[in-house]
Design a protein around this ligand. Sequence first.
Ligand code: Z5A
Ligand code: MG
Length: 242
Amino acid sequence: MAKRGAFIVIEGLDRSGKTTQTTLLHDRLVKCGISVNLYKFPDRTTSTGKMIDSYLRSQSEVDDRAIHLLFSANRWEAAENMIQELKSGITIVCDRYAFSGIAFSAAKALPPLSTPSPGDVSTPAETPRTLTYEWCRAPDTNLPSPDLVLFLDVSPEVQKSRGGYGEERYEKEDVQRRVRSVFRRIESEFHQESESGAKTLRWIHIDAGRTLDEVSEDIWSGVEPLTGGVEEALARLWSGTP
Ligand code: Z5A
Ligand code: MG
């Protein structure tokens, strides 16, 4: 039977180099003669994406639950195309996915890890308790599951030193620390599942505070085994999760 394309997601903290590395990876795969398409979430070009873009630039206010569902809808509207491409043998490299969705929304309901700075819009006092981890995960259940997640980790100091940081809504140190703690939970749950023998996606944690080339090489070590395609059927996210 013909193999399907691999589904590879690059996730991570803000300014960790996701967009830079997805582009470098895409170009490297093309050079190897692999048929590959690039996706990025949020896709700000669609009608849901335009609402998300306006919210992220603080040009509009949207209820925390409604914006969470819009981010998820932005993925669902691309899902069928992604599935068809993967089945036809095209590899997909994706810049952020459902894990960012959970991390940024569930972080809003966590207590601040430091004294909130003036203008911090997402302190729990203003945030509905309904934004639990489980609630945030639910709308993305059954989306196509990546085969591999490459998680780029950077310290708050490195984030601040990188271009353009601080322009959008969530780019504040306390928000980023809470986001990091939710990402840790997601990562540890996938590790626990794979240790218990469950078939799950592979999650690789990468120190993205190093040079572009060092990070690219770590990414390539994870991706290279998938360049020949994937035999297993495409799995769905959290479909077996209680
Ligand atoms: N969000 C959400 O709430 N819910 C969801 O479901 C999803 C997203 C999918 C916008 O995302 C926001 O949406 C984001 C999460 C939330 N919130 N925040 N904050 P976005 O993906 O559109 O965000 P972005 O504008 O692309 O920024 P980014 O992703 O944070 O940046 P990045 O892609 O990780 O980094 P980069 O653009 O590749 O690099 C940043 C700079 O660092 C640039 O000048 C590079 O040249 C430099 N760079 C990169 N790597 C290196 C190394 N290794 N060394 C030195 N310099 C480097
Ligand atoms: Mg980016």
